[in-house]
Design a protein around this ligand. Structure first.
Ligand SMILES: [Zn+2]
Length: 103
């Protein structure tokens, strides 16, 4: 098994007399698709959900997991804010959202 970020070989969790040392962290994720389920009996009721279309396991070695940038991407993926499978955002690019005009 290899780290998904730097590609280094990761080992199993090492148990010692004082405890254990974790060599990697696993994030179970995948490509998702936003879908909506509509209740045909009620037009107003629709349940939005993320359909998992391609399950992927992201392996993060202890070194990469300590990297705040990687940690943030793992976190965002876990929270469903952005997928870690998407390309890295370009450095310095602001998230420009079209301002709402209320005249
Ligand atoms: Zn790594």
């Amino acid at each position: 098994m290899q780290c998904s970020h730097c590609g280094r070989e990761v080992g199993e969790t090492i148990h010692t007399q004082k405890g254990y040392r974790v060599d990697y962290y696993l994030l179970h994720t995948g490509r998702t698709e936003r879908s909506a389920f509509r209740d045909p009996r009620d037009d107003m009721a629709s349940l939005a959900y993320l359909k998992l279309i391609e399950p992927v396991d992201i392996v993060s070695c202890a070194g990469c997991y300590a990297d705040p940038a990687i940690r943030r991407r793992l976190d965002d993926d876990f929270k469903g804010l952005s997928s870690i499978l998407d390309p890295e955002p370009v450095e310095g690019r602001e998230q420009n959202q079209t301002p709402n005009h209320h005249d």
